[in-house]
Ligand binder design. Structure first.
Ligand code: SAH
Length: 386
């Protein structure tokens, strides 16, 4: 069996529960790109088995510990567990995540369900090689009508893998209608962001619906996620996104869901918030769900400034008693840092706020204890007090 030897520091990291070993902790490689390898410690003791990448900054992603074999039976068992967990959640939705990579002990594999179709992503050389087997197992376990590989994320380039979108099984239509609670969406699995929808916000949209009222402003709304859920209880509703395509989808989704009063506009949220402030506008409910501003450690300082600016401006637009639902999906900005940004924005805007709820990504996107990278989405529901 191919093998990779890691340093004492790498071994320590694995023993502390983390599945990744960085390039700097790899000592010797007797393996080819994408192999399942035996991972050896500095004194040649077997630590476990892993997916190996010869180009990534993360050459090792652990699959098993000790002598447990990482064969087809183990992979199938993990897929079964992941699927059974989602079934046990009895989610009121026909679109949700079935496999969330590391947190389902299937590192670098994403599987999202959209009604009868699955969208998969293999984000490492090892998982890419296993994908045909995994695809067969998924058909067997779920009876999926079709499986689409959305293998176009940029991280694949870091693995030296081709970026491509292809049907791996059956037929996959141009668009799929899915339901999330009371809201129906048309999802474009081939061209939509992520695998089509932002499934990780489902439970936060539900939570926001417990408070939303009055005049609503949904910023960074993509195809309307929050606005569609909240507009039925907000007589006035506006949705803002910089993408013309997204704005078109919001309009179509608003008609479909019987909330045609949502006004969708194509604008840069930074400019739009400034304009609304100058115009003296006020809102009772504001949602901020920006894209990840900190894609890496180097961009954290700029990201924090960006989060502070939009939060500060949104706070100024909020009526007393109004709610701000504010999110960050940058895992490089952790919960404490995000809370600090909210604090600074509250001080500078002179808007006192209480924290009504602190939330994270939905339960179908679990966080693996000891692996901070799997806790990426923060969502705070704040209330302006006076
Ligand atoms: N709230 C959405 C998901 C938002 S994803 C949901 O619940 O489904 C982030 C969105 O922000 C993307 O649609 C992207 O087009 C948009 N975006 C990125 N930068 C922006 C900017 N400066 N102004 C407005 N929209 C922006």
């Amino acid at each position: 069996m191919p093998s990779v030897t890691i340093s004492a520091r790498g071994e320590q990291r694995v023993r502390s529960g983390h599945p990744w070993v960085y390039r700097t902790d790899v000592v010797d490689v007797q393996a080819d790109a994408g192999d399942i390898v035996r991972v050896l410690g500095p004194r040649n003791r077997t630590i476990g088995s892993a997916l190996f990448s010869d180009q990534s900054q993360i050459p090792i992603r652990m699959l098993t510990r000790g002598d447990v074999e990482a064969g087809p039976a183990l992979l199938r068992g993990r897929l079964e567990q992941a699927i059974a967990f989602r079934q046990s959640l009895a989610l009121d939705a026909t679109a949700y995540r079935l496999v969330h990579g590391e947190a389902d002990l299937l590192p670098s594999l994403i599987v999202d369900r959209y009604d009868a179709w699955l969208v998969v992503q293999a984000l490492s050389q090892g998982m890419d090689r296993l994908l045909p087997d995994i695809c067969r197992m998924l058909v067997d376990l779920t009876g999926a009508t079709g499986i689409l590989a959305r293998n176009d994320p940029k991280v694949r380039a870091l693995e030296g893998l081709e970026q491509k979108v292809e049907v791996l099984h059956g037929d996959v239509p141009e668009s799929v209608i899915v339901r999330e609670g009371p809201v129906e969406y048309e999802a474009d699995l081939r061209r939509g962001q992520k695998t089509g929808l932002f499934l990780d916000q489902r439970e936060n949209r539900d939570a926001a619906a417990r408070y939303a009222r009055g005049r609503l402003l949904d910023c960074f709304s993509y195809n309307g996620g929050f606005a569609l859920r909240l507009a039925r209880q907000c007589p006035q509703a506006e949705a803002v996104d910089v993408s013309a395509d997204a704005v078109g989808r919001i309009r179509a989704n608003a008609e479909r869901n019987g909330v045609p009063h949502i006004e969708a506009r194509e604008a840069n949220v930074f400019d739009d918030l400034r304009r609304l402030e100058r115009a003296g506008e006020r809102y009772d409910t504001i949602v901020l769900d920006p894209p990840a501003f900190a894609k890496n450690k180097a961009s954290v300082a700029n990201a924090l400034a960006g989060y502070k600016e939009i939060n500060l401006r949104a706070m100024r637009l909020l009526t007393p008693g109004g709610y701000l639902v504010t999110c960050s999906c940058s895992y490089n900005v952790n919960e404490d840092m995000f809370e600090d940004v909210i604090h600074q924005a509250s001080v500078d805007s002179h808007v006192p706020l209480t924290v009504v709820e602190k939330r994270m990504q939905g339960r179908d996107h679990p966080v693996l204890v000891g692996v901070p990278e799997t806790y990426y989405l923060k969502c705070f529901i704040l209330r302006r007090v006076e």
